[in-house]
Design a protein around this ligand. Structure first.
Ligand code: ZN
Length: 681
């Protein structure tokens, strides 16, 4: 591993932060924390932590010894000085005299000694940093070091490799007990450059930021070299079916199975797919069952991805029903094993815990790849990243010897950490949390507003539009997935859904919004224009709905189809036949889906909006129509019963309302400020 320290960069950090009144110590602490955090082979997703012991003045101007240590919620890769809250050092150091300290008391004393009471909670490894005497301390979960220590004889391997350079600390759960043990080990080996925490990670320390960082890189590089020089054996592979199902075909089946509970209490999950040559070799390994069920590569992964992943059968493309059956059996067995794991370990645990859901967070599919599972796309992405880290560490551990993790009880104590349990039930989920919405015509004004409203309601959103640039911009503005797609082309629709399935696992809500207005009197209208209008204003709705319903039926967790209808479908106006006719057919289509799929828990509804400023109704169109009626543009827009202009946000909210109306299907709601001629029953 390359040492990325640069004197120039270090000076630049010091200069830059000096402007904000940040000391050199803290500026350099930010610099090397980011160097470490920038490499996923060292830390990912909030893992690892760093500290510096320095002085700061309190309100009276008195200089205090403080520990600036990484705060929870901050990532090492993009940390800023507020992510390193200052804690009074002496009160923490005095705690080393205690024989035990609960996590709650530890958090309390750490918070109580913050210089700034609004700071985030200092890391759970704060006491370890405080007890050690060194000025700069770095901690990572280096993949290379884990591959060596995650072995039945990991202790001997590390002792041979590091000698007196790094001292070894046996596995203890993070908290006071680990901090005290690390302090004892360091005191017995005062000249060591770091500590190897068996089956957990590595600490390095020094008098300067450069020294601590360089020692970390050296300890990690030694592990990398040892792995390269060992007699490596590749993972033996299983025989796979000649043709495998595609990830997009597998995802909805698994997403249905991973949903937890029944009926209205059911909780869905979002899933994201990952694959590459290394992942494929891992999931297709002959010994996958043995090493994947051993446990996690470093303890804090257990909080995010549970102790073990789910393995499903290799998905033979020649027998997809057999795969679905096999996956269902595997999922049922996983849930049972998880219940047993909880019951067994909860009995042993001194403090009784509340059981979490028993759905897996990583799913391994032989021959194909892995899925990360989470409450939303972000959590699924994190789970997949941890899954990938597991692949790398385990593959290397198996190449050197045999992968070995901490005991199931130790994993349980991490997964059911009291500090994590305390967070349970806090923070209400948003109304559409865990759902996936697909919005067409999302590059336009109304489509972007719809996508934004669904995202704000908690759904993960895929935005489709044939205008690549517009949909990229819209997706970036709402925080969704951009897909360039032509919804009048069934092949393009198929590809778009495949991308949604790989990114999110499936679909729960379709907002079929794309449309455009064709005009012309019926005696003059040409066939071509009329057919084009039917392609976009009718057939595209059918293509999108048909595929959505197929996926929803595979998931078997219900869903909702939402169509953007038009006033023209209810209250035709002259010259708008080419637009109104397919829109009327689309409204009938909505009802047809309501009739045929109600039994599957799939609802189908429409929004009938009118006179919304958008790509379909531009400013110049508003002006000319207002002029034709002899009114101002403003009063034209407010020409409805309520006398108020209707906006894209009003339309978007109506779609969200329909998605939430669990007992409503076959309905059209109007969002037009009141137009009795276009009123439905
Ligand atoms: Zn750690």
């Amino acid at each position: 591993m390359k040492n990325l320290w640069s004197d120039n960069d270090a000076r630049a950090y010091v200069r830059r932060y000096a402007k904000d009144g940040v000391s050199e110590d803290v500026a350099l602490r930010v610099y090397t924390t980011r160097l470490l955090g920038g490499d996923p082979r060292l830390v990912i997703h909030g893992g690892g932590n760093t500290s510096v012991k320095t002085q700061m003045a309190d309100l009276t101007g008195r200089e205090l010894d403080v520990l600036c240590v990484k705060g929870s919620g901050w990532d090492m890769g993009d940390i800023e000085p507020p992510g390193l809250p200052a804690v009074r050092l002496e009160p923490l150091r005095e705690l080393v005299q205690l024989t035990s300290l609960s996590d709650e008391d530890m958090v309390n004393v750490q918070r109580g000694n913050l210089l700034d009471s609004t700071s985030p909670n200092p890391s759970v490894e704060t006491l370890l940093h405080a007890f050690l005497p060194h000025k700069f301390i770095d901690h990572t979960h280096s993949n290379a070091v884990l591959a060596l220590t995650d072995q039945p004889d990991g202790e001997a391997i590390c002792r041979d490799l590091y000698g007196s350079r790094a001292a070894l600390v046996p596995y203890i759960m993070p908290g006071f007990a680990l901090a005290k043990k690390a302090w004892e080990v360091q005191a017995a080996n005062p000249d060591c450059e770091g500590l190897i925490l068996l089956k957990h990670g590595v600490f390095s320390f020094g008098e300067t930021a450069k020294e601590a960082y360089s020692r970390m890189i050296r300890l990690v590089s030694m592990a990398e070299k040892a792995a390269r020089q060992s007699k490596r054996k590749p993972l033996a592979q299983v025989r796979l079916p000649a043709k495998l199902m595609k990830p997009a075909e597998i995802a909805p089946i698994l997403r249905g199975l991973v949903a937890d509970g029944e009926g209205e209490a059911q909780k869905r999950f979002v899933m994201t797919f990952r694959s590459n040559a290394e992942i494929k070799r891992y999931v297709s390994a002959r010994d996958l069952e043995r090493f994947s069920q051993e446990g996690n590569v470093t303890p804090d992964h257990s909080i995010r991805i549970k102790p073990v992943p789910l393995i499903v059968p290799a998905p033979n493309a020649a027998a997809p029903e057999k795969f679905a059956e096999g996956a269902a059996k595997a999922m049922a067995a996983f849930r049972q094993r998880y219940r047993d794991y909880f019951a067994t370990n909860n009995k042993k645990s001194p403090v009784k815990k509340i059981r979490l859901d028993n759905s897996p967070r990583v799913i391994l599919v032989p021959g194909v790849g892995l899925f990360g599972v989470g409450n939303d796309a972000k959590a699924a992405h994190i789970a997949a990243d941890l899954g990938e880290t597991t692949v790398e560490v385990t593959t290397n551990a198996e190449a050197i010897g045999r992968f070995d993790s901490i005991s199931k009880y130790d994993q349980f104590e991490i997964e059911y950490w009291s500090l994590e349990q305390a967070k349970l039930g806090k923070g209400q989920e948003k109304p559409l949390a865990r759902q996936i919405a697909v919005v067409t015509g999302a590059g336009g004004t109304i489509g972007t507003a719809i996508a934004g409203a669904f995202k704000a309601a908690g759904a993960d959103v895929a935005l489709l539009d044939r205008d690549a640039k517009a949909v990229e911009a819209a997706a970036a503005s709402v925080g969704g997935l951009a897909i360039e797609a032509d919804v009048t082309d069934p092949k393009s629709v198929e590809n778009a859904y495949a991308r949604v399935a790989e990114a999110f696992g499936g679909v729960d809500i379709l907002v079929s919004n794309a449309g455009a207005a064709w005009q012309g009197r019926m005696d003059e209208v040409d066939d071509k224009g009329l057919r084009e209008s039917f392609e976009l204003n009718f057939f595209a709705h059918q293509y999108m709905a048909q595929r959505a319903v197929q996926i929803m039926c595979q998931q078997a967790t219900g869903g909702v189809l939402l169509f953007n209808a038009s006033k023209q479908a209810v209250n035709p106006g002259p010259d708008f036949g080419p637009y109104g006719l397919p829109k009327a057919a689309a409204m009938a289509l909505m009802r047809q889906y309501a009739v045929e799929f109600g039994g599957d828990g799939i609802r189908s509804n429409a929004v009938n909006a009118d006179r919304i400023k958008s790509g379909l109704l531009t400013d110049s169109m508003v002006k000319s129509r207002a002029k034709a009626r002899g009114v101002s543009a403003d009063s034209y827009m407010r020409g409805n019963l309520l006398g108020r202009e209707v906006t894209a946000a009003d339309v978007a909210q109506a779609f969200v309302d329909l998605a939430l109306a669990e007992k409503t299907t076959g309905a059209v709601i109007t969002v037009d400020g009141g137009n009795i001629a276009a009123a439905l029953r």
